[in-house]
Write a protein that binds this ligand. Structure first.
Ligand code: 2RA
Length: 330
């Protein structure tokens, strides 16, 4: 299998390499792709040095799969070019997520909808992936009527410049600013850019992508996305209102039985999910599960996951693995 990683020098691209090695996909040829300034440099994959190539060279090599994480404009320009030579693109940008003819996939939820004809597949936004993985089985049994989510998002979601600003602030050093404010003693209610309606793109992704993945646009969703100075992963406070009466133990059992979800929930021993514990792991961790007594059939819970892994690289590699295992590529 020839697999290209487009944006290989970025934070998510680097994690994609790590996850490809960990999951031991039968990658016979890795094609690392980056911007012109990195062409010719080398990356290490499975103990071997591999030369970074240009987009043009990668397309000519006709990979079976191309994992993209290089920003929406690069995806819009080059994903169709890869698809035109038969490559199946799994794109981590927002470029194609809301296209009616593109699938937005969390493998545990909707990979079964994939076919050989899907040549550009959208990887959902990190804060969406971790949330819908926990919500999907609950929606199936109790039907979610309303969802309110507040996020506490890792600095790594903004990119390497923000991580550097955080480190500089801790070290008392000056440097390039990703934010016009201090990060390390702060909570910034501003993830991505503001739209006309007063919501950020991040908040609108949480709303729209959730409805698409759960295939139910009647779910009333609202979101507030906040950036906080942690690096291990995104945390989310989620309030759900179901159509049907639910049983709390049943909720816990359903979550515990869901592939990719780990329930960490015992406040008697201070057991609850935290980014520091989720960092470097692929699971979505759920805790603080408790009835919301202010409304009928309502529930609160706390969801944490490593945004660079299940929130991006791992989910994309799992889609690739699904395609390979089901003979949908190559
Ligand atoms: C963020 N979800 O965390 C976005 C993109 N990674 O900023």
């Amino acid at each position: 299998m020839k697999i290209a990683v487009v944006g290989v020098t970025g934070m998510v691209g680097q994690v994609m390499l790590q996850v490809l090695e960990e999951r031991n996909l039968n990658v016979l040829t890795l094609i690392p792709v980056a911007s012109e300034k990195s062409v010719g440099t080398e990356i290490t994959f499975k103990g071997k040095q591999v030369k970074v190539v240009s987009m043009k060279q990668a397309i000519e090599m006709r990979p079976d799969i191309a994992l993209f994480s290089a920003g929406g404009s690069v995806s819009l320009e080059f994903a169709p070019q890869f698809a035109s030579v038969g490559t199946t693109v799994i794109d981590n940008s927002s470029a194609f997520r809301m296209d009616a003819d593109k699938k937005l996939v969390v493998p545990e939820i909707n990979a079964s909808a994939l076919t050989k004809n899907d040549k550009i597949i959208a990887n959902p936004n990190c804060s969406t992936i971790q949330m819908v993985l926990a919500l999907a089985p609950l929606h199936k049994k109790y039907r979610i009527k309303r969802l309110i989510v507040s996020t506490y998002q890792s600095i790594t979601g903004t990119g390497v410049k923000a991580v550097q600003q955080l480190e500089n602030e801790y070290n008392g050093e000056k440097g390039e600013m990703a934010y016009p404010y201090q990060i390390h003693k702060n909570a910034i209610p501003h993830c991505d850019v503001f739209e006309e309606n007063g919501y950020t793109k991040e908040e609108l992704k949480l709303i729209r992508e959730t409805q698409k993945i759960l295939d139910d646009r009647t779910i009333a969703v609202t979101a507030t996305a906040v950036r906080i100075p942690v690096v291990g992963g995104h945390s989310e406070s989620v309030n759900l209102e179901f159509e049907k009466e639910y049983n709390e133990n049943d909720i816990r059992e359903i979550l515990a039985d869901t592939d990719g979800v780990t329930v960490q929930d015992n406040v008697d021993v201070n057991l609850y999910p935290m980014p520091l514990m989720a960092h470097g792991k692929d699971d979505v961790f759920v805790g603080r599960i408790r009835r919301d007594h202010s409304r009928e059939n309502a529930l609160n819970m706390w969801i944490v996951s490593d945004n660079l892994r299940k929130g991006a690289a791992t989910n994309a590699v799992q889609i690739a693995d699904y395609l390979i295992q089901n003979n949908l590529v190559g």
